[in-house]
Design a protein around this ligand. Sequence first.
Ligand code: FES
Length: 257
Amino acid sequence: MKKKERAVVLSQECIATDIYSMWIETPDIAAEAIPGQFITLYTKDADKLLPRPISLCEIDKENGRLRIVYRIAGAGTKEFSAMGEGDQIPVIGPLGNGFTRKEGKAVLIGGGIGIPPMLALAEALHAEGVEVSVVLGYRDSDLFLKEEFTRYASVYVSTEDGSVGTKGNVIDAIRANELEADTIYACGPMPMLRGVKAYAAEKKTEAQISMEERMACGIGACLGCVCQSTDVDGHSHVHNKRVCKDGPVFYAKDVTL
Ligand code: FES
């Protein structure tokens, strides 16, 4: 059940160019959240700006805290980046469906600002005794969050400029390192998710993909997030799904990318 809370900022730091990490105190939302879900944060000027959906990077149920890692992408996220300890933000969550955790070898794939939600998932799978490998795709050698993944997983990196790890994309890194998976979990930009879907089909492996980069308002108000599904909606008889309501996590085979 989603809750509305006034989250209190506990700490904030800039961890890469335009990328911020913030811990917030939200006991009710943290108690229910699972990896892959998101929250929406409201700006001061809520009349002018839609709330901003942001994924959960870490879920600390014991202390009632959530960590979000986000990129400045407009006025709303710029406002959040200026906040510090003690500031309050109205927040709604947890929203969306999250990842369905499976047994067997897991390969987690994160690209760009799709990397943060994979940290919460890596921690949860590791705690359940699952063997986890993580493949992180970056533009260059600014490897935000990479070290934190090493607590829970074997970590592999691809960079577009070849400065670290495999030169190319995340699929190039999977092939170069001969990684095998029973389940693939991924979050990142659309070209990456297309590559993951094709790779999973080739290997006959189940893939769950988070399409959160497609979201705008996160609350069903803008319809900017509609994607095509392979099955027909029983109610409206169309192939449409809203990422913010029906996702953000889908089985790759169920959506047209
Ligand atoms: Fe606005 Fe889904 S993100 S309707």
